[in-house]
Design a protein around this ligand. Structure first.
Ligand code: TYM
Length: 334
């Protein structure tokens, strides 16, 4: 609890271009539930360097991402939007939690296995302990709830395990966070391969819709989306491509899968794909316009970045000092 409200924490990596999956699985939910919580939304640039980054590009992407949070509808006066690397407590708590996390637990993380396979030439220790930094992010703010997509569930489970282990030794230090999944959109799949999730790092750009894609590109990608030969808009596991398009359509329009099936009853895939494309353009266009406006306002953004980093530093320090005391670090002499 902070100021009488429950606390929400979430973050995104400043790696690659944000996709519709990031938006529908996370960012959109962040906006819809923000008012009910005291919120912390971080641009997790420290997580990004587990994979080699070009420095100028990382800086540019981090700023773009922070601006997108605001463009998506998060008011930075009410929501603490900040860069992870501006708040020293993330690294400090991560180190401590490393000492309460087992190699065996980290070895089981599927995302580590995937990334290690993809970047076989750079399997660094940071990639391995990535979930511990994520646990530190969440536990530093005593978050009650963490809205993410399905692919982050395993990381949330290890966060809870670490927190419970720590609490069992030292008393109730950390709030045990709950995961928040949206009703639709928690797992958006690639448009080219509905068996794989839509991903920022996909080599085939036609598989992903990027938040900055212009309307023509969006429509073209949906027209090319992989479906099947059933020729009927039905929400079932046997038609994964159509299932995914229905999820996207519902997440963008607020309709249910049943309503969507009825709406496109007797219509072909061409009509349906076009409607999905237009629904997505309808969501992205206002976001892109706000983004363009915000980008012009450098001083405003800089002010937000400074003020929110200070707030995050202040709030997170409280947890950090408590943890340091509990584990026996010497008190600071004032
Ligand atoms: P990241 O940057 O990969 O993704 C950001 C958010 O987008 C969601 N997401 C998706 N949702 C639905 N369908 C998809 N295809 C899809 N792809 C991505 C993710 O689930 C996530 O919610 N490790 C995290 C970042 C992080 C974090 C945290 C999150 C660091 N610390 C603390 C929450 C709390 C990550 O790499 O997300």
């Amino acid at each position: 609890m902070l100021d009488g409200k429950k606390v929400l924490f979430s973050g995104m990596q400043a790696t690659g271009n944000l996709t519709l999956g990031n938006y529908l699985g996370a960012l959109k939910n962040w906006v819809s539930i923000a008012d009910d919580y005291e919120t912390f939304y971080s641009v997790v640039d420290m997580h990004s360097i587990t994979i080699r980054q070009d420095p100028a590009e990382l800086r540019r992407r981090a700023r773009t991402l922070l601006t997108l949070y605001i463009a998506a509808g998060l008011d930075p006066e009410k929501n603490c939007i900040y860069y992870q690397s501006h708040v020293s407590g993330h690294a400090e708590l991560a180190w401590i939690l490393n000492c309460f996390t087992y190699m065996g637990e980290l070895n089981r993380m599927t995302q580590f296995k995937d990334k290690a396979a993809k970047h076989a030439d750079n399997i660094n220790a940071g990639l391995f302990t990535y979930p511990v930094l994520m646990a530190a992010d969440i536990l530093l703010y005593q978050a009650d709830v963490v809205p993410v997509g399905i692919d982050q569930m395993q990381h949330l489970e290890i966060t809870r395990d670490i927190a419970q282990r720590f609490n069992a030794i030292y008393g109730d230090v950390f709030t045990i966070p709950e995961v928040y999944l949206g009703k639709v959109g928690a797992k958006i799949m690639s448009l080219q391969d509905p068996a794989r999730k839509m991903s920022k790092s996909d080599e085939n750009p036609n598989g992903s819709i990027y938040l900055m894609d212009d309307p023509d590109t969006v429509i073209r990608k949906f027209k090319r989306a992989v479906t099947d030969s059933e020729a009927c808009v039905r929400y079932c596991d046997e038609q994964p491509g159509i299932h995914n398009l229905i999820d996207i359509y519902c997440a963008c329009t607020g309709r249910t899968p049943e309503e969507t099936e009825k709406e496109f009853d007797g219509k072909g895939y061409g009509d349906f794909k076009m409607a999905v494309g237009e629904a997505v353009v309808g969501v992205l266009k206002p976001l892109q316009e706000r983004f363009a406006d915000l980008q012009k306002n450098k001083d405003y953004l800089d002010g937000i970045i400074k003020a929110n980093a200070e707030k995050a530093q202040y709030v997170s320090n409280k947890t950090l000092r408590k943890v340091q005391k509990k584990i026996g670090f010497p008190e600071r002499v004032r």
